[in-house]
Design a protein around this ligand. Structure first.
Ligand code: PLP
Length: 425
């Protein structure tokens, strides 16, 4: 399948121009119904929109290349296999993997972390062992470890956070002094946008002898990420948060570690030889991709990565950092609005968690929706973090490549309206 980079790189559009980027996204480019406003989509931290390049790559796969992979000896199957494996290489290059074999296609970050927990975790963690997480984790980097801890008797301990939503690295050191087997943390907080010093945390954790897993669901889509520079052992990402299809994700793992692990799920494609009395396993990554994979979704993810690469991740970050600064300034003018997270915007991704007076976050989100502004409200799958903040929920606006100042202005205007509706401002 040919490489598809329709969009910015080939058309020479300034990547800092969110409106121009938006033209590549069919869902955002036009109003949902004639006569209505286009959606100001500020919920990309939950799942991003998809550029035409991704939709077309998947469409082309189904129209031209669709067949089951690896097993076929006919040309169509060979083409499908080549497209799938090409996508693996594309992702591997994007995150700086030493080899494409280190990238396992999964459905999402949640599945990637469960894969590590159920293979590495169940084998390595014993009663009395310590695994260090943080109080800021998404449930998907907490519950899988709770399951393994309950089974193995391992203990979980949690790095505390500072009042402005950063990790307390002194507390990390205290926990590292206990010699944990694992340190697992999110690179960027989905609830607060905090960009944690992942390289530094990893360096300290490795020096203490721990294996390191990074939940990169919110970092790979928004900032340059290189697994070699990070120095971690495992990294999990969700394709659907980085312009790729829903149901696409990747687990990256150091090859020597993956190579020594037992399978996660059993079935077709993951075996070397099967006897009635037992089986042996295929090499990595096939060992971890049991059954027929989501081939078109992998192809779509490959196209998404090409699109992001064409934009340039440095420029993506710069764009979001600029929007964040503009939004923080504009939101300061909204009566009763309180934001959460670090005040140093260099330590924040394009995420703003806020509350508006004592209006329930769901009511805020509902009023914003009436104005065509899509934000998320709730605990953001971070109930322990919400408890740390002393709230049950927040409203959250999150930015991506297709947002611009007009989206922020619409957010602010809609918040003023929410204040008027609830008679605060
Ligand atoms: N980790 C973080 C930091 C997230 O933001 C999310 C999703 O919001 C996840 C993990 C889980 O991602 P998924 O639902 O794609 O598995």
């Amino acid at each position: 399948m040919e490489t598809r980079t329709t969009g910015l790189a080939t058309r020479g559009i300034d990547p800092l121009d969110g409106a121009a980027v938006r033209a590549d996204f069919p869902l955002l480019a036009a109003p949902p119904e004639p006569g209505t406003a286009r959606v100001a989509f500020l919920d990309s931290a939950a799942s991003s929109q998809k550029p035409a390049a991704v939709i077309e790559a998947m469409d082309a796969f189904y129209r031209r290349d669709n067949a089951n992979i690896h097993r076929g000896v006919y040309k169509l199957s060979e083409r499908a296999t080549a497209a799938y494996e090409a996508a693996r290489h594309t992702v591997a290059d994007f995150i700086g993997a030493a080899s494409a074999r280190e990238c396992i296609f999964v459905r999402n970050t949640t599945e990637a972390i469960n894969l590590v927990a159920q293979t590495w975790g169940r084998r390595e963690l014993r009663a009395g062992d310590l695994a260090v997480l943080t109080v800021m984790e998404h449930h998907s980097n907490l519950v899988p470890w709770q399951l393994v801890a309950a089974e193995t008797g391992a203990e979980l301990a949690f790095v505390r956070m500072t009042p402005d939503g950063r990790l307390d690295l002194d507390h990390l050191d205290t926990l590292l002094a206990r010699g944990p087997k694992l340190v697992a943390f999110s690179h960027v907080s989905n609830a607060l946008g905090t960009i944690h010093p992942a390289e530094e945390i990893t360096r300290r954790a490795k020096a203490a002898g721990a294996a390191v897993l990074i939940d990169a669901a919110q970092s790979v889509p928004h900032v340059p990420v290189n697994v070699a520079a990070l120095g971690c052992d495992f990294l999990a990402l969700s394709g659907h948060k980085m312009l790729g299809p829903l149901g696409s994700g990747v687990l990256w793992g150091r090859f020597d570690l993956l190579d020594g692990l037992p399978p996660f799920m059993g079935g077709g494609s993951m075996i070397r030889r099967v006897e009635l009395s037992g089986s042996t396993w295929a090499d990595v990554p096939a060992r971890f991709e049991a059954g027929t994979p989501a081939v078109a979704d992998a192809v779509g993810l490959g196209a998404a990565v090409e699109y992001l690469s064409a934009l340039g991740m440095d420029r993506v970050r710069t764009h979001e950092r600029e929007l964040l600064a503009y939004a923080v300034g504009a939101l300061a003018e909204v009566p009763g609005l309180r934001t959460f997270g670090p005040t140093d915007l260099d330590q924040r991704s394009g995420v703003i968690s806020f509350e508006l007076g004592d209006i329930h976050p769901h009511d805020v989100a509902a009023i914003l929706d009436e104005e065509g502004v899509a934000v998320r409200a709730g605990h953001h799958c971070c109930q322990p973090l919400m408890r740390e903040l002393g709230v049950v929920a927040t409203s959250r606006a999150s930015f991506y490549v297709y947002n611009d100042r007009e989206d922020v202005d619409r957010l602010v205007a809609a918040l003023h309206r929410a204040n008027r509706v609830f008679a605060i401002g």
